[in-house]
Design a protein around this ligand. Structure first.
Ligand SMILES: *Cc1c(COP(=O)(O)O)cnc(C)c1O
Length: 397
């Protein structure tokens, strides 16, 4: 399977091993437990000396197919799964960090991740250092002081800042840190953190991997020893991926490349188009040559992704009038789906933060996050155009 190309892998990987009754599609196995008439066989499976399933909190055939597919797509030795992306993140950090440990990360991580860093880890006597996103010198300096975990996310939510993963992985390795990268925004179509030197790659499968906004899930991929330790933490803590969700994610992943290629194209055109509106103050997209991290993105990404954001003149009031006018966009908190999704960052990714915290993270209150869908680009452009025109009518009245 490793020699096949991306779309071939995304369709075939992980499937065959789980087929039953001559079915050509992976079954959704809802059984909570797996029974054995042979006591010796049961024992061998229970102690892990023989392949098989015991109890649904630990392993499940449908879930295993999902894990194998993401493992192959990220080119990892091992992969495990979770009920949500946040479960993947919290279980990974919970496995790796103990009182007295130090973790270095960036200020612009996903809102929930940021809460783990600012609210929960400090209570467990873990020292958390959050550097300015994109300030590679500051990151290197903090890493050089020693850390157990270097945690990165690139591109970030919502201003799509980019961190040089290869450079940071070298710094992390030098002090023996485990280098973790949240690859949710890029997807394995656009970026492979393991190839860039990361030890672990995390996904909120809820987003691009599933791609249809109908199932929650998470994944962690990397070296076997690390992933097994995280799997053990998860099987005990119980943040297990549901088999039905695993099936929906599996089905979504088969079209991952088709979707993400189209989203890359649509986002790039929309980012460019947005610049033509007087009401738009700034556009954030790593594919734009003027983006501060465009050069890094160009070297480490194969495509710039489906996510962008833009700030409008007039702040929250303009956002309030503009977004309801869009016909072809869900106004919602998710992203990475086949349909275009928009939302103010103050309501979506960073709702847990105070306005002061958002300002400190460089997130204007009038920022709109735009997750490009796979619709026809002309319709998306016409939709934005008519919505901005309506704004002018508001302004005149
Ligand atoms: C959504 C998201 C998460 C959290 O995933 P859930 O599945 O919602 O728990 C983590 N990281 C990033 C970058 C995300 O966009």
């Amino acid at each position: 399977m490793n020699e096949a190309r991306f779309s071939t892998k995304s369709i075939w990987a992980g499937e065959k091993e789980q087929l039953a009754f001559g079915a050509t599609q992976v079954p959704v196995v809802h059984s909570v437990s797996f029974g054995y008439d042979d006591m010796d066989e049961w024992y061998e499976v229970a102690v892990g000396r023989k392949d098989g399933h015991i109890y649904g909190r630990n392993t499940n055939p449908t879930v295993q197919a999902f894990e194998e597919k993401i493992r192959i797509l990220e080119g990892a030795e091992s992969a495990t799964s979770f009920s949500t992306g946040m479960a993947a993140i919290s279980n990974t950090l919970g496995t790796l960090l103990f009182p007295g440990d130090r973790v270095v990360s960036i200020k612009d991580t996903y809102g929930g991740t940021n809460k783990i860093f600012t609210e929960f880890l400090p209570k467990q006597q873990v020292e958390v250092v959050l550097c300015e996103t994109g300030d590679h010198e500051a990151l290197e300096e903090e890493i050089s002081k020693g850390c157990k975990v270097l945690y990165l996310e690139s591109p970030t939510n919502p201003t799509v800042k980019v961190t040089d993963i290869k450079r940071m992985a070298i710094a992390g390795k030098a002090v023996g840190a485990t280098v973790v990268v949240d690859n949710t925004f890029a997807t394995p179509v656009n970026q492979n953190p393991l190839e860039l030197g990361a030890d672990l790659v995390i996904h909120s499968a809820t987003k691009f991997l599933g791609g249809h906004a109908d199932a929650l899930g998470g994944a962690v991929c990397g070296r076997k020893s690390l992933v097994e330790a995280i799997y053990h933490y998860r099987e005990i803590n119980g943040a297990t991926l549901d088999p039905m969700a695993a099936y929906l994610l599996l089905r979504g992943m088969k079209t991952l490349k088709l979707r993400v290629d189209q989203q890359n194209k649509n986002a790039a055109e929309i980012a460019d188009y947005l610049k033509s509106f007087d009401m738009v103050e700034a556009v954030y997209y790593p594919g734009l040559p003027e983006h501060p991290h465009h050069d890094i993105a160009k070297t480490q990404m194969k495509g710039y992704g489906g996510m962008l954001s833009f700030a409008v003149k007039g702040g929250v009031d303009t956002v309030r009038n503009l977004l309801p006018e869009l016909k072809y966009a869900n106004r919602a908190a998710n992203l990475g789906s086949v349909e275009t999704v928009v939302g103010p960052s103050r309501t979506t990714s960073h709702v847990e933060c105070t306005p002061e915290e958002r300002a400190a993270m460089g997130i204007p209150e009038g920022l709109v996050r735009y997750s490009a869908g796979i619709e026809d680009i002309e319709d998306l452009k016409e939709d934005l155009s008519q919505a901005f025109k309506k704004l002018q009518t508001y302004a005149k009245n």
